[in-house]
Design a binder for this molecule. Structure first.
Ligand SMILES: *[C@@H]1O[C@H](CO)[C@@H](O)[C@H](O)[C@H]1NC(C)=O
Ligand SMILES: *[C@@H]1O[C@H](CO)[C@@H](O)[C@H](O)[C@H]1NC(C)=O
Ligand SMILES: *[C@@H]1O[C@H](CO)[C@@H](O)[C@H](O)[C@H]1NC(C)=O
Length: 227
């Protein structure tokens, strides 16, 4: 008896929670966002909705008829067959919670929930050398990394002919989107968020020549999408 009650309760909780665990999606501005429903659903006379932030209806499907809300009329593609939704050309204001929901006579069931975070691509970065103290045996330098919006960060390093170390103490970071570090041959500043990154680099030898020839700087960047 107890076992079967628990089983039924468990099943109810499972169906309620099943599809509704929220997944986080990062997407770059001006891209298309695809939202899906994890399983096939027999709607019958139930109403299906895609909602934004629990209030605005994006689309409503009832007995095969699709209603688009005015706000989304020209911005979404909705597929009745699999209930998936494509929101086109997303902007920062499209960040929020999206839910796919079936409203029946007795209860509402959430099929999927997305926590969508729209981010603009990061701005370019500039790596600059603030100071260099050179001797035949050692080289100490301070570099900074600057962007349009974030506060700039700077780091000091001390090198001998073979290795470099960060001079302690490393300050606490005022700009978590900026990372300034050394690779084997370069000083790298990386400006990144969840959807894109850009870097500026300088050759270590250019800053600390130790008698070697100079090498040019380069600036490159990249973007990535997370689906
Ligand atoms: C849903 O159906 C449309 C149209 O048939 C298709 O283009 C799309 O890829 C499908 N989406 C998923 C997630 O299966
Ligand atoms: C670099 O720093 C180290 C450690 O503080 C010091 O011993 C060395 O003399 C410095 N070198 C130069 C060229 O200033
Ligand atoms: C910059 O940071 C991003 C995000 O952490 C990473 O994917 C990318 O590879 C980094 N680029 C470089 C040159 O380190």
């Amino acid at each position: 008896m107890t076992v079967s009650v628990c089983f039924i309760l468990g099943l109810l909780l499972w169906t309620r929670a099943g599809g509704s665990s929220s997944q986080t999606r990062f997407i770059q501005t001006n891209r298309d966002l695809q939202l899906t429903v994890p399983e096939e659903v027999q709607l019958g006379r139930d109403i299906f909705n895609w909602r934004f932030n629990d209030r605005n209806n994006i689309i409503r499907l009832l007995r095969g008829e699709v209603d688009h809300s005015d706000d989304y009329k020209n911005r979404v593609d909705f597929f009745k067959q699999n209930l998936s939704l494509i929101l086109k050309n997303v902007q920062l204001s499209d960040s929020g919670i999206y839910t796919a929901e079936v409203s029946g006579k007795r209860e509402d069931v959430i099929l999927s929930t997305y926590d969508v975070r729209v981010e603009a691509p990061v701005s370019p970065v500039l790596l600059s050398v603030d100071s260099v103290f050179n001797s035949p045996e050692s080289c100490n330098f301070t570099v900074s990394c600057t962007t349009e919006l974030s506060p700039s960060i700077s780091r000091s390093f001390t090198c001998d002919r073979r290795t470099c170390e960060e001079a302690s103490p490393a300050p606490s970071d005022p700009a978590p989107s900026l990372h300034l570090y050394l690779s084997d041959v370069s000083i790298i500043c990386n400006h990144s968020n969840h959807v894109s990154w850009r870097k500026d680099t300088k050759e270590k030898q250019q800053v600390c020549p130790f008698g070697a020839e100079e090498v040019c700087t380069q600036e490159t960047g990249g973007t990535k999408d997370i689906y």
